[in-house]
Design a protein around this ligand. Structure first.
Ligand SMILES: [Zn+2]
Length: 347
């Protein structure tokens, strides 16, 4: 039996992306009597900002620390929280909660999250991945709990999903969508999933690591997790740089700019990347019967008008009983998703 999806119909207009500034007006910051620390940990950079009754402010960002002992990243974050506070005249002691939206996967040690993130921990894939450490994990939650009163760490896909459902593109008439997902296409690939109104977390909070789905035997696609031929190893920002730099495209931006200018070789590469990503999105839709997926992340966001129709083409019209009524949209929170993801975890 085919169950008709809930509105909107395929002809309904896509939700218009909301800028970070506009979204801020949707949040009642006046109720924040004590500051909250919002921490976004990615494979390339970390960002820290404060949320208080004046809004989100004091943003500081640095390249993700990957050298030294495996508590270096936690120490970097604690230092950045101090800098962020100082920049807006807040006292670290006044922080009431810390939301951490981080790339994963996570492993739990004594109930505290450590990162086993392929783009941070060099011990996972070995020297071929060229990361400057041999970490199997980066400790995170335990050092933060030693300093701050209330800490919540979640996979960045889950944090972004919560933010998009509350303030971004994963809502209809102000109500969060029950069956939806958020996907980030950035240094790595991350996904947050919501089915029947429940955000999926899994046994270690790692539900949604669809970037490590095997999709190819292509042996030039070594993922930081050690797999060869998974989605992230083929299309993530770090993979694009490693796979195509010898062909003259130093990074994802160089390849995408060349494709947009009509360079045939670059266009063929981008079409192949979109085939992998588009099929991954299709697989999520048909597996979970989703109504909408919003996409963000640096690789996608800077080229979204070029990429969105190319991704949609791998979903629209394929097995209509499962894909009719589904919408693929750009993140409503735009390039602010990371900041709001952390905020969503502690408000
Ligand atoms: Zn992988």
């Amino acid at each position: 039996m085919v169950v008709s999806p809930v509105q909107p119909t395929p002809s309904a207009p896509s939700p218009s992306p909301v800028s970070g500034a506009n979204s801020a007006s949707l949040i009642d910051f006046s109720s924040l009597t004590h500051p909250l620390a919002c921490i976004d940990i990615g494979g390339t950079k970390v960002a820290v900002s404060m949320a208080d009754r004046h809004g989100i402010r004091g943003r500081v960002s640095e390249p993700t620390c990957k050298q030294g002992s495996n508590d270096a990243l936690a120490r970097q974050i604690i230092r950045l929280v101090g800098q962020s506070c100082a920049s807006v005249g807040l006292a670290v002691e006044d922080i009431s909660a810390v939301g951490v939206s981080s790339c994963g996967p996570f492993v739990l040690r004594d109930g505290c999250v450590e990162l086993a993130a392929p783009n941070i921990c060099g011990g996972l894939a070995g020297p071929a991945r060229c990361l400057p450490n041999t970490w199997i994990t980066a400790v995170l939650e335990a050092p933060l709990r030693a300093v701050f009163p209330h800490v919540r760490v979640e996979n960045d896909g889950i944090g972004a999903l919560e933010a998009e459902r509350r303030w971004g593109a994963l809502q209809i008439n102000g109500q969060p969508i029950a069956n939806c997902a958020y996907l980030t296409w950035s240094t790595g690939i991350g996904v947050g999933l919501c089915v029947d109104g429940h955000i999926l977390r899994g046994k270690n909070g790692n539900a949604g690591h669809a970037g490590h789905l095997f999709v190819s035997d292509n042996n030039d696609a070594l993922c930081g997790c050690g797999n060869v031929g998974d989605v992230e190893g083929l299309v993530a920002g770090n993979a694009i740089a490693r796979r195509f730099s010898a062909a003259g495209y130093a990074d994802a931006a160089a390849l995408l700019e060349a494709a947009k200018s009509g360079e045939k070789k670059a266009l063929a590469h981008v079409d192949e990347l979109c085939r992998v990503m588009g099929r991954t999105l299709y697989n999520l839709v048909v597996t979970l019967d989703l109504q909408r997926i919003s996409i963000g992340g640096s690789v996608y966001w800077h080229h979204r008008e070029f990429l969105l129709p190319r991704l949609q083409a791998h979903i629209s019209g394929k097995f209509a009983a499962l894909t009719d009524g589904f919408e693929l949209v750009s993140a409503g929170l735009g390039d602010k998703v990371g900041d709001y993801a952390a905020l969503a975890l502690v408000t």
